[in-house]
Design a protein around this ligand. Structure first.
Ligand code: PMP
Length: 386
């Protein structure tokens, strides 16, 4: 069989199991999207604080720019000529807000998660990773020379056993988790993880706050801020492409770790730095995050409403946040229900294997602070009658 025939056959197999993905064509209009001529409320965006649809913020930012300061490209890696001052301003601001020794900015969360673990690991490293960590972390693990064991999702008893069983055989152990999990919307017990890590001097804790940055914590710094354990997390990572309505990612950490990453991290070294204008926008947003508590409170209230509606309708709903999965099971059934919601003006998307485990296909609602309470009430009514 030639290569193209083989590829076609694989695509047919994906289609037959309702797992073929296609790029959706859509027009964006603030909180809404228009798909196939139909206007719908976007319930699948990661714009958790609704900032990307906020025109007044954009106007305010644009007023700070001139043709001289609008810098659309860095034209280089930061280690060569791409290290514009705005990068260091953002890093200083992050270190100040988090109260850490240092911060380092990356082009994306994907760059961060695929680069940090390979840079820090060697063959005497053991990585203990939660079963449900994001694909970018899995890819980072695959690229690193460390041995990896995945523990059952949020099962800290198993993690404790693994630590005591293996601690004497490795130079270092890195525990890897998300703080707010991207598919179930549930949270890791960061306080308990910190306690576990403290049992051994050679254990590092790596926490990905992609879905919590901007949303959790009194100043929007994430779940670690809420749990008052920022200082105990060695590798605290977050992204700017979700609640911060921008692009890129950060780590806040010790100075030595920052310097080591600058020297060893391939996804930092071998890439053109983000456009300075983009970093300036991130800084503009990051400086305003602390004041956005009313948005965080509204988001928490509408999320609770939706979770309650799902529980009433008999769905298991692991979520403790604004990421609210409606777990249906079979992929075909999930697609039908998503289409029905879309016909009623709610743009919610099915998430299928391999993104989630087989048999747990779901509609993943991801609520944003610009969604109104009445809209969630309408959605809840619809779910009750599904
Ligand atoms: N970590 C998690 C938990 C994510 O969900 C994602 C993206 N959805 C990333 C990292 C990657 O971040 P980015 O989109 O900035 O590459």
């Amino acid at each position: 069989m030639n290569i193209i025939d083989h590829i076609q056959e694989e695509l047919h197999t994906l289609e037959a199991s309702s797992n073929l993905r296609r790029l959706p064509q859509m027009v964006h209009d603030g909180r809404e999207v228009v798909v196939n001529g139909q206007r719908m409320l976007n319930l699948s965006s990661n714009d958790y604080l609704g900032l990307s649809a906020d025109l007044s913020l954009r106007r305010e930012f644009l007023a700070t720019l001139t043709p001289e300061t609008f810098l659309p490209t860095s034209s280089s890696s930061r280690l060569l000529t791409g290290n514009f001052t705005v990068y260091e301003e953002l890093e200083a601001e992050l270190a100040h807000l988090f109260g850490t020794e240092a911060a380092l900015v990356f082009n994306s969360g994907y760059h961060a998660n695929t680069g940090i673990l390979p840079a820090l690991s060697d063959a005497q490293t053991l990585i203990l990773a939660d079963k449900l960590v994001h694909a970018s972390l899995i890819d980072g693990i695959r690229l690193s020379p460390a041995r990896c064991i995945r523990y059952r999702h949020n099962d800290l008893l198993q993690l404790e056993r693994l630590l005591s069983q293996h601690q004497a055989s490795y130079r270092q152990i890195i525990i890897v988790t998300e703080s707010l999990f991207s598919m179930d919307g549930d949270k890791a017990d960061l306080t308990a993880l910190v306690q576990l890590k403290r049992l051994y001097p050679h254990v590092l804790l790596y926490v990905d706050e992609a879905h919590a940055f901007g949303v959790c914590g009194p100043h929007g710094l994430g779940l670690a801020e809420e749990e008052k354990c920022i200082a105990d997390i060695d590798l605290l990572v977050g992204t700017f492409g979700k609640a911060a309505a921008s692009a890129g990612a950060y780590i806040v950490c010790r100075k030595a770790i920052r310097e080591y990453l600058v020297n060893k991290m391939r996804t930092f070294i071998f890439t053109t730095a983000l456009p300075p204008v983009n970093v300036a926008w991130t800084l503009f947003i990051v400086r305003r995050l602390a004041r956005m508590q009313p948005l965080r409170q509204h988001l928490a209230a509408i999320s609770l409403l939706l979770r309650q509606a799902l529980l009433e309708r008999g769905y298991t709903c692991p979520s403790q946040s604004h990421i609210v999965p409606m777990i249906v099971g079979a992929s075909a059934d999930t697609i039908l229900r998503a289409e029905l919601l879309q016909r009623h003006g709610f743009y919610a998307l099915p998430v299928r294997p391999p993104t989630v485990p087989e048999g747990t296909s779901r509609i993943r609602f991801s609520l944003t602070a610009d969604i109104r309470r009445e809209e969630v009430e309408q959605l809840a009514d619809l779910i009750r009658n599904l």
